[in-house]
Ligand binder design. Structure first.
Ligand code: NDP
Ligand SMILES: O=C(O)C1=N[C@H](C(=O)O)C[C@H](O)C1
Length: 267
């Protein structure tokens, strides 16, 4: 059994990760982490996840958990994730990062730490979204400059980062496919007398409402037709199952930075 530590264990994703690790025949829950001062510190991780007593108390001391954990699955917040990854790297364990909203210098640090230990970093661990990355590049290349590209994402009202990590990744895949620099052509929402749309623009639009788990649409708009590719997550378990799959995979890999397409064999 692979010994898993869940970081952000009392959060929306953390609770589902704890629940699914407990259901797994390949993984076992070795630890559960929250930030110091969190109201759930000392509580049982299973009770917090709604799945009954697990015998694993939520703690804020990751270094102590590293004695028994082989892989940390982290869906918390950018600063916390970096702090956790430094400890994981010191102890030569493996890491799965689902947290989004990391800034460029945090991403650089993740790359550096992954030179010492294996790490899967992915803004979306669902099979569906990773398959979409594969097909939209081809679509954009084939449709060419006559089709305007817009990415629309919708999430629940409690989400903190925008646009979603997935929308940014989708926009990067599209920009790469059509040889554009996203820093130059990305347009993040519109307002005012902005003039006609430029051909090269890649629009990235954000919606926040209610309890939407996570929707992403790629819209190719032409004259007389449009094509829309949409992924809708209806349960966080799709992300959690992907993260568990990544944990089983990453413990067998040499040091390096990987993503979900590596895990799923889609490259
Ligand atoms: N890659 C993917 O497939 C997916 C990625 N995500 C991403 O995962 C992240 C978490 O999402 P979600 O579960 O909805 O968010 P939540 O806010 O529900 O959960 C995050 C948890 O992490 C906790 N946390 C904050 N700081 C620390 C720390 N220092 N140590 C340990 N835990 C800490 C938070 O505590 P507190 O409440 O006190 O802040 C909270 O309990 C987001 O970045 C989100 O975008 C989400 C779904 C899928
Ligand atoms: O915060 C969320 O909930 C989600 N975040 C991820 C992102 O930012 O891309 C993925 C998913 O859609 C849910």
């Amino acid at each position: 059994m692979i010994k898993v530590v869940v970081a952000g264990a009392a959060g929306r994703m953390g609770c589902r990760l704890v629940a699914l690790v407990r259901d797994s025949t390949a993984l076992t829950l070795a630890g559960a982490l929250e930030g110091s001062g969190h109201h759930a510190i000392g509580d049982d991780a299973g009770e917090i996840s709604g799945t009954g007593r697990a015998g694993v108390a939520i703690t804020s001391d990751l270094a102590a958990l590293m004695e028994r954990g082989e892989v940390v699955i982290d869906f918390s917040a950018p600063d916390a994730t970096l702090e956790h990854f430094r400890i994981v790297a010191q102890h030569r364990r493996a890491m799965v990062i689902g947290t989004t909203g990391l800034n460029p210098s945090q991403l650089e640090e993740v790359k550096g730490l992954a030179r010492h230990v294996p790490c899967v970093l992915s803004p979306n661990m669902s099979v569906g979204v990773n398959l979409i990355y594969k097909v939209i590049g081809e679509m954009a290349k084939t449709l060419g400059d006559d089709y305007d590209i817009e990415v629309i994402e919708a999430h629940h009202r409690l989400k903190k980062d925008a646009p979603s990590g997935t929308a940014l990744k989708i926009a990067e895949v599209l920009a790469h496919a059509v040889n554009r620099d996203l820093d130059q052509v990305g347009v993040y929402s519109r307002k005012g007398l902005i003039g006609e749309r430029k051909k090269q623009e890649i629009g990235i639009q954000t919606i926040r409402a209610g309890d939407i788990v996570g929707d992403h649409t790629i819209l190719f708009g032409g004259m007389g037709e449009r094509i829309e590719v949409t992924h809708r997550a209806s349960s966080r378990d799709t992300f959690a199952r992907g993260a568990l799959r990544a944990a089983r995979w990453v413990v067998r890999q040499p040091p390096g930075l990987y993503d979900m397409m590596d895990v799923l064999g889609l490259k």
